[in-house]
Design a protein around this ligand. Sequence first.
Ligand code: 4AD
Ligand code: MG
Length: 467
Amino acid sequence: MGDLRVSVLSLFKNYKSFDSKSLELCGWIRTVRDLKDVAFAELNDGSCLMNLQLVAARDVLDNFHDFVKMGVGSAVRVKGDLLLTGKKGQPFELKVSCFFVEGDSTGDYPLQKKRHSLEFLRTIAHLRARTNTYSAIFRVRSAASFAIHDFFNKEGFVYVHTPVLTGSDCEGAGEMFTVTTLNLAGFPATSEGSASGFSKDFFGKHASLTVSGQLEAECLAMALGKVYTFGPTFRAEKSYTGRHAAEFWMIEPEMAFANLSDNIVVAERMLKYVVNSVLEKCYDDLAFLEKFYEKGLVKRLKDLVSMNFEILSYTEAIGLLKKSDFDFVYKPEWGIDLQTEHERYLTESVLKKPVFVVNYPKGIKSFYMKLNDDGETVAAMDLLVPGVGEIIGGSERESNYDALIKRMDELGLKKEEYWWYLDLRKYGSATHSGYGLGFERLIMYLTGISNIRDVLPFPRTTGNLEF
Ligand code: 4AD
Ligand code: MG
């Protein structure tokens, strides 16, 4: 055929090199305008925000009729010569010589020209990636994933895969989805969920979807030194906020011979690396999102890279909250878990920058966190960022066998279920630390999009499993 198959992005990057060349492109039609002897269409192929303008002439194109009759949303394959126009907004267009509609689109295609609300677009998740907003968000998701792998790879971390099916509750909060092959319809109500009931199940015991790969990552860090996971995690918490999903992705680095301060340093460096990389790779997408969703987004991201994050103890944070005359729904008192309203107040109104809150009361954090010398607080760290609140949760881990046993007893955890985790403290235990970065929270931070349902391609939230 001799035609060069290119993406719209590659044209925008370097259109001069394609001057007068015969090209082939594929994509979906955004608009068609019929001016009798000539017709125009806008083609988008998902590679970037920009559309390619197609120009068809009645006396050149055999099937000119197909061109003007195709519906918005049609999938097309097109060939033609690239013509430089010299115009600023539209520096080139494609003079169509050959045109084929692979799949026409019917007149009820929901994405016609008008701007739709994100709420409406959520109801058509199978089509919404064809809008500028969602295609921009999903390209940012891709660039951010890549940047995360790039960062950890450069820092010498080993990428490990921890299981999705698990027999233990990492966070000890009981917010797990059960996985079973039992026929629950015929299951006697009395034995449902009981240990004896699950002994007949696939694994011979109760199985769940993981809430975090941390415990397994700790095993691997005790062999490989520095590891990280990047995978889906599941939480069965009934939550209707814009920040919680039942299925979300988490990045979990785990480092042997690293304490809480080392953990903080890596987290800050990682976030800056990802922000820098996304600014570089997705500038147009971010500029678009800034225009429609958050004024000053690009500057906010650029500023982040050059600022030092704040570090605040939980006790200091409570002090600042108590001093404030803001009318919190949950009154700040030492010992309470920080709510989103507190987190956002601290990072947005008081400090106006990302802040690590460290050393939380042991009563509100998970069993595996290292107990501090005060006997009251644990070496935890949460990173709070403006616009989102908590984006990272992590800690130094309890590496002392006896201290861990004591804590598990206090919390009534079944030690026999964690025998392998306890073994790590018997055989060459080392100071170690790690954290979990909520990937969707990161994407919300990067895009200025305020609802987690809009940064997941197919969100799963309480009461919502449409696709
Ligand atoms: O703070 P979390 O619960 O920490 C852990 O799971 C640790 N085991 C991580 C570790 O140390 N390896 O969760 C970590 C992050 C949160 O800061 C938040 O960004 C995100 O995961 N997250 C959620 N994101 C979306 N929907 C939910 N339901 C989330 N729950 C937590
Ligand atoms: Mg947390």
